[in-house]
Design a protein around this ligand. Sequence first.
Ligand SMILES: [Zn+2]
Length: 153
Amino acid sequence: MCAAKSHEKPNIVLSVLQNKCPRCRRGKLYKFNNPYHLRTFMKMNERCPVCGQPLDMEPGFYYGTNMVSYTIAVLIVALTFILWWIFIGFSLSDSRFFIWMLSACVLLVLLQPPLMRLSRTIWLAFFVPYSPNWDKGDIVEPERVNKDQAHNW
Ligand SMILES: [Zn+2]
C-alpha cells in the first residue's frame, strides 16, 4: 500500500461490515476471520493491530451490544416479513404465516455469530470515532479499567 493511499478515509459502512477498528478503520477487531468457528469467533484483539486503540473500554463494556443486536434482529425479521408478503404472501387459510415465522427464526439463529460480531463493532463505533491522525497516537484510552479485574465476568 502506498503512503498516500494509507491516509484515505475508509468508508464507515464497509469498515463496520468487515469488523474493522472504528478509530483507524483498518485493523481487525477479531483474532479469527471465521464467524462460524464457535470456539473462537468472539475472541477480540486487546488492541487494534494497526493503530493500537484499546478495544475493551471498561468492565462489561460490551453488555450494551444487546441493544444493537436486538435492533438488528428486529430489522431482519421486519425485512423478511416484507419480502415474504411481496413474493409469497400471507393467508389465513394456509400455513404460510407459520412457515415465515419458522424461516425467520432459523435465519436469525444461522446469522447469530456474524450478528454478534457486528453488534460489538457497531457498539464500539458509538464510543470511538474515526481519527484522521490514527497513526499519530491520539488514542481514546479506556476511562475505567482495572487490570486486576479484567476478564472477571
Ligand atoms: Zn485501529
